[in-house]
Design a protein around this ligand. Structure first.
Ligand code: FUB
Length: 339
């Protein structure tokens, strides 16, 4: 689906066969991170805009400037736009490209995490704090110390600890880091070398810093060997999400240039994780990015596609579909436009 152009007729047919419809149609939204706060669903997406910026492999066409938060009474209810929660002009350290965000709640305060490029073109991750799930959020003056790359996803474990998973290849700059240090000369490893992993760091008690140096998350294959960098159908690319189901930790993510949402499981938040399968086959549009949340005793996959914009890859729309687990804890693969 992802790397191609569509005729109007094809798009109409795909829209008709789609397993879900856009939740928001008055603006473009993407990368939905969904959480249950105060008994309602709150969705923290990117806000896609058209700026005319040129397309490139670094995602230069994704020039987002602000974030809106959306609220739903349930996954099948309308998504209410709660307005602008944060704008790049209000973030002292950030210059541009407000990419995929997430949020967390602790002790009655809400923490909004977001990546953005500094004036020197390097991505970092920042946090902004509010009293309400929908914001507004007041940004900290500096980015989180030691943060880098994109796509923060914050997971609160049952013991009260919070962990941030982050990182994205290519435009997300993850390939430039080894041992948490940037070097412009670094690229993705060779095809037979271990793949680069997402990063994870436990958060400090005040939720505003890392409590430890980020660690690399390893994903193993069925034989217990790290996935290889050349294994583009399964290796980590971007868009991490963590959830726990029946005591098992599920790391789900996008494979980027093969456009799948996959998952791997472990018995602890750091891993190593073992690759388990595909959650969502490719959507219309290059990117695929999601979150998984439990609501009303069922599990839900929030994701996006580009059908509404006629296949424009940086003008996406968030959607939601129910997710099903098999008895062995595996996740049934969803096909966004039917099987
Ligand atoms: O929305 C900009 C970028 O596209 C996100 O950060 C990635 O995960 C991809 O969805």
């Amino acid at each position: 689906m992802a790397d191609r152009e569509y005729t109007e007729a094809e798009l109409k047919e795909l829209a008709g066969k789609a397993i879900s419809q856009p939740l928001v149609t008055h603006i473009y939204t993407a990368d939905p991170s969904a959480h249950v706060f105060e008994g309602k669903l709150y969705i923290y997406p990117s806000h896609d805009i058209e700026t005319g910026a040129a397309f490139d492999d670094d995602g230069g066409h994704f020039q987002m400037e602000d974030y809106h938060v959306f609220r739903q009474a349930s996954p099948d209810a309308p998504a209410e736009d709660c307005g602008v929660a944060l704008h790049v002009k209000d973030v002292p350290w950030a210059a541009k490209q407000m990419w995929a965000p997430d949020a967390a709640c602790k002790d009655g305060k809400y923490y909004f995490y977001f990546p953005a490029k500094r004036a020197d073109g390097i991505f970092q991750i920042g946090v902004a704090v509010g009293d309400r799930p929908e914001g507004p959020f007041k940004p900290e003056p500096e980015a989180i110390k030691g943060s880098y790359s994109i796509d923060p996803a914050v997971f609160g474990d049952d013991d009260g600890e919070y962990y941030m998973y982050f990182g994205g290849l290519w435009g997300g700059q993850l390939q430039k880091y080894r041992d948490n240090r940037y070097d412009a000369a670094h690229e993705e490893p060779g095809d037979d070398e271990p793949a680069l992993g997402a990063r994870v760091a436990r958060l400090s008690a005040d939720m505003k810093q890392f409590a430890e140096a980020p660690r690399e998350v390893v994903i193993l294959d069925e034989a217990g060997r790290p996935l290889k960098a050349g294994d583009h159908a399964r290796r980590y690319f971007e868009g991490p999400w963590m959830h726990k189901y029946n005591g098992t930790y599920y790391l789900s993510y996008s494979t980027g240039n093969t456009h799948q949402l996959c998952y791997a499981t472990a018995d602890n938040p750091y891993g190593p994780f073992t690759y388990r399968g595909v959650i969502l086959t490719p959507v219309v549009g290059w990117t695929t990015h999601h979150s998984i949340v439990e609501f009303g005793g069922k599990w839900w996959l929030y994701y996006h596609d580009s059908v509404l914009s006629g296949g424009v890859t940086h003008l996406r729309s968030i959607k939601v579909s129910e997710l099903h687990y098999e008895a062995d804890g595996s996740i049934r693969t969803l096909h966004p436009y039917g099987s």
